[in-house]
Design a binder for this molecule. Structure first.
Ligand code: LP5
Ligand code: MN
Length: 242
């Protein structure tokens, strides 16, 4: 069984090269995988499954084609596309996962996360997150017309960019105690997440156990996929169309 883990594609109409990169991945690389895990921020923003923009439709079709060919697709929310819902998952043939999601990889107890909840030093973001993950808040916004939601999403993006410009880089990375905490709480020794856009392998020790934290890379000129082979060995690959 070959598994692929990707995150932070940030697909949007304004960056057509990212959609081409995604196309290339789905056609040339993803067919080798039996399972594909998208660990959040597939989209730059997601304003609801009823979005009628062409991008939403074309990404859905590509994922659906891959699922229909026999692949098992798993989706997790990111901080940009936390409004992805059951309708989107159903249309792609995929399954929405909770964050964190527990699984076993090569016999190792493993946690999959988007990664934003580990950034506990970013208290302004965590407060914002509590607001937008509240089901009541989401319900109220989803009942607004698409155009209102589009404008609000752009407004929040602007405010977030201004806020980030004033934040220390270290604050926007994971907090080591939060990382240790999730390893301990779930008895895991392997953690795979995205969000920080700081791709790396971080070995660490938790209560005398050797643990590994793999951070997935965001997609820009090149895409990044973490491949887990039959034996549970992990390897990070960067790719771009020729
Ligand atoms: O994603 P990234 O790396 O750029 O930044 C994140 C944090 N920012 C966010 C906000 C997203 O970028 C924007 C999400 C838009 C999605 C819209 C969905 C549709 C909603 C409405 C339509 C139905 O997640 C950033 C972190 C950074 O990661 C690193 O971890 O620092 O956090 C912030 O910048 C948040 C700010 O600190 C505080 C929030 C400011 C916005 C307040 C807007 C209030 C509007 C309320 C309207 C009801
Ligand atoms: Mn993110």
């Amino acid at each position: 069984m070959t598994r692929h883990f990707i995150a932070d594609l940030h697909l949007c109409e304004e960056q057509p090269h990212l959609l081409r990169l995604f196309d290339y991945y789905m056609q040339a690389i993803a067919p080798e995988a039996d399972q594909l895990y998208i660990l959040g921020d597939l989209f730059e923003t997601w304003i609801g499954d009823d979005d009628d923009a062409p991008l939403a439709r074309s990404v859905t079709e590509r994922l659906r084609a891959w699922s229909d060919a026999g692949g098992q697709l798993f989706l997790m929310h990111g901080n940009r596309d936390f409004l992805l819902g059951d309708d989107f998952a159903r249309a792609t043939g995929g399954t929405l996962l909770d964050d964190p999601h527990r699984m076993s990889l090569g016999g190792r107890p493993t946690l999959l996360m988007h990664g934003d909840t580990l950034c506990t030093d970013d208290t302004d973001y965590q407060q914002f997150r509590r607001m937008v993950r509240d089901p009541g808040w989401q319900q109220q916004l989803l009942s607004q017309p698409l155009e209102v939601r589009r404008q609000l999403a752009a407004e929040i993006r602007g405010k977030s960019q201004t806020a980030m410009a004033g934040k220390d880089e270290a604050i926007m990375d994971v907090n080591q105690d939060a990382v240790t905490g999730v390893f301990r709480e779930h008895g895991a020794t392997l953690l795979i997440h995205g969000h920080t856009h700081r791709p790396a392998l971080h070995p660490c020790q938790v209560d005398g156990n050797s643990c590994e934290r793999w951070v997935l890379g965001d997609w820009r000129k090149r895409g990044n996929v973490l491949v887990c082979n039959d034996s549970g060995e992990l390897e990070s690959h960067w790719f771009a169309p020729d």
